[in-house]
Design a protein around this ligand. Structure first.
Ligand code: ADP
Length: 526
């Protein structure tokens, strides 16, 4: 059996015995076959000694049991790693930043406390998955939609705390959080927003309560254990439709994104949009990749390719949810705005009224209709998995051009071919900015993974030099990413550390999460 770093074998045995007393013997896991389930199957250190592994796991079923576990962890200085359902694949799975941590697994806390159909919200515990919540809503015939990420097997609590995204107008998951309950490292339980008012009648309806708004402090952090979360849901819309907008030339991207930003920021086009390029996809299918290689084809040559192949250069599927006459008008107005770009073309898409019974072979993106599923795993082939590199860039065509050029040059400089499980064109997962998703392949090959890590780290630095930073990162890359958010000599990280020292002086909660280490494990920043 492994022991957590800095903890003697005898102290660890004593702590485990106390954990068993607190949560029940069957809910403390120490056997290899149990503990191995918490490995990150997409680890970029797979088969290497540096792989982040856990020493044990403990699964409490109530706030009181969490308090007991925290008391024990504090007295033996045991590092814990909190997970909800632990499905954070591509960003670390359920494995900790600090190897040897004990997983605080909240899967047993799986109560759906409330789903409110009149004000459209839910209050859930961490072990509730998107599938659980979806089923509950279906079983009770409630007219609300969830916004699942793809894939949908994680939890609203875990995914929202990681600031994940979905596809519907409620896609910015942390923005949909309204009121949380948190157990602090010393066992104190707080409720944020209106939840601080005993007998509050609006905990899930008004986010801010009174005084500083602290909810953000518990996202992507290690300042507490979130035990309840309010999330806003979408009222079931009357109808849905989608359609494609396409423009013919390379330089059309600038007015294309400007129009898109106008429509999105006006809430006429809502939900996630993925920029497409039939021309670049064609080139990718011929092994040319998507990024601009130095010495690659000129804009004129690419435009000629588009013309010769009769392919639009850029495009996007846009989606509309709401009353039929409203979404018809939104689609019409969308076409009118894009028509200002010479040569813009449009394609009618799908249309549904709700509730709907989808045919099995319907190609609609299920998550855009609030239906959780696992089909995204079909994207992964030939490798073990992937690690996501996801920088945020401005929502402009110029920024997209710059990104393709800068990353193309970075790859050329490293002398490696870009290797992605899926592609890098921007998504509007969040309002006002684009996010790029590079799926770096993880392979059962130590040398290849080592190179992948180097490429990843280089791209983080190159992105930062251009003012682009990651919205979230893999557990093994948290220091790398935190290190580039360095304005004013890492002033923000120092505030995080100050808070950490105040709320978790023994440093038991998720050491290293988002680059925030407790005092005894902190190293000086470059
Ligand atoms: P999901 O349930 O969606 O699979 P995870 O359980 O993998 O999500 O959680 C993602 C990350 O969010 C974890 O690595 C952890 O750092 C953080 N986290 C998850 N649940 C909690 C929680 N209840 N309290 C505090 N942090 C959490």
């Amino acid at each position: 059996m492994r022991t957590p770093p800095g903890v003697s074998a005898s102290d660890f045995s004593a702590a485990l015995a106390q954990f068993e007393k607190a949560v029940g013997k069957q809910w403390v896991f120490t056997r290899d076959e149990d503990v191995d389930l918490y490995r990150d199957s997409y680890s970029p250190y797979w088969h290497e000694p540096e792989e982040r592994v856990v020493s044990a796991a403990v699964a409490p079923e109530s706030v009181e049991q969490i308090q007991a576990v925290l008391r024990i962890a504090n007295s033996y200085k045991i590092p814990l790693w909190t997970i909800s359902t632990g499905r954070n694949l591509a960003y670390g799975g359920s494995a900790p930043v600090l190897s040897g941590s004990v997983v605080l697994d909240l899967k047993r806390m799986n109560k759906i406390i409330e789903v409110n159909e009149k004000n459209h919200y839910a209050l859930v515990e961490p072990g509730v998955s998107y599938f659980d919540l979806y089923r509950y809503i279906q079983d009770h015939k409630l007219r609300v939609w969830i916004d699942p990420p793809d894939p949908g097997w994680g939890s609203p609590v875990g995914n929202s705390l990681e600031r994940g995204g979905g596809r519907t107008p409620m896609r910015d998951h942390f923005a949909a959080v309204c009121g949380i309950e948190v157990v602090l490292a010393n066992g104190e339980v707080i409720r944020t927003g209106m939840g601080a008012l005993p007998n509050s009648k609006t905990w899930q309806q008004y986010k801010y309560g009174f005084g500083p708004y602290v909810d953000g402090m518990f996202s992507q952090s290690n300042f507490g254990v979130v035990t309840k979360m309010g999330i806003w849901l979408m009222p079931e819309p009357e109808a849905y439709r989608d359609g494609r907008v396409m423009v013919p030339k390379h330089d059309d991207l600038v007015p294309f994104v400007e129009t898109l930003a106008y429509l999105m920021n006006s809430e006429i086009v809502r939900g996630t949009m993925l920029l497409e390029s039939p021309v670049l996809s064609y080139r990718a299918s011929k092994g040319e990749g998507i990024l601009d290689k130095p010495g690659g084809p000129s804009v004129g040559e690419l435009d000629k390719l588009a013309q010769d192949k009769n392919l639009p250069y850029w495009g996007a599927e846009l989606r509309f949810w709401g009353p039929q006459n409203v979404i018809d008008a939104q689609w019409e107005y969308t076409q009118e705005k894009f028509s200002a770009i010479p040569g813009a073309t449009f394609k009618e898409g799908r249309s549904y009224k709700f509730p709907v019974q989808l045919q099995e072979n319907d190609t609609v993106t299920r998550v855009a209709l609030g239906i959780p599923n696992l089909s995204v795993f079909g994207l992964i082939s030939g490798t073990q998995g992937h690690m996501d590199f996801s920088p945020i860039i401005p929502m402009t065509g110029e920024a997209v051009f710059e990104v393709l050029k800068v990353f193309g040059a970075a790859y050329a400089e490293m002398g490696v071919e870009p290797k992605n499980q899926f592609f890098v064109l921007p998504w509007a997962f969040f309002p006002r900015a684009f996010v790029l998703l590079f799926g770096f392949p993880i392979e059962p090959d130590v040398e290849k993974n080592k190179r992948t890590r180097e490429v990843f780290q280089k791209l983080v630095r190159v992105a930062a030099e251009h003012g682009w930073g990651e919205y979230r990162t893999h557990t093994t890359m948290m220091d790398t990413v935190a290190n580039v958010y360095s304005y004013n000599n890492h002033a923000l990280l120092r505030v995080h550390e100050t808070i950490k020292d105040a709320v978790d002086p023994q440093g038991i909660l998720s050491p290293g999460k988002s680059g925030i280490w407790p005092k005894h494990l902190r190293t000086k920043k470059a």
